[in-house]
Design a protein around this ligand. Structure first.
Ligand SMILES: [Zn+2]
Length: 69
């Protein structure tokens, strides 16, 4: 099972952090900000440039490179 690192930014406190999470955990909203505990977070893509038009596919499109095809 793939457990890729994802980068996130917390919308509540602005903290940026990296978590090792499964895609399922990410979809289920199990990722929380380590600083304030909020799960109101946004995934960011630092090292990949496949994102177009500011896209956030949600990690489940199975069509983009980031969705771990
Ligand atoms: Zn936070």
């Amino acid at each position: 099972m793939l457990m890729p690192n994802y980068d996130f930014v917390c919308k509540s406190c602005g903290n940026s952090f990296t978590e090792l999470v499964s895609i399922k955990a990410k979809e289920d909203g199990l990722v929380k900000c380590p600083r304030c505990g909020s799960n109101d977070i946004k995934q960011v893509y630092k090292s990949m440039n496949f994102i177009r038009k500011g896209g956030e596919c949600g990690g489940n499109c199975s069509g983009c490179h980031g969705c771990g095809a």
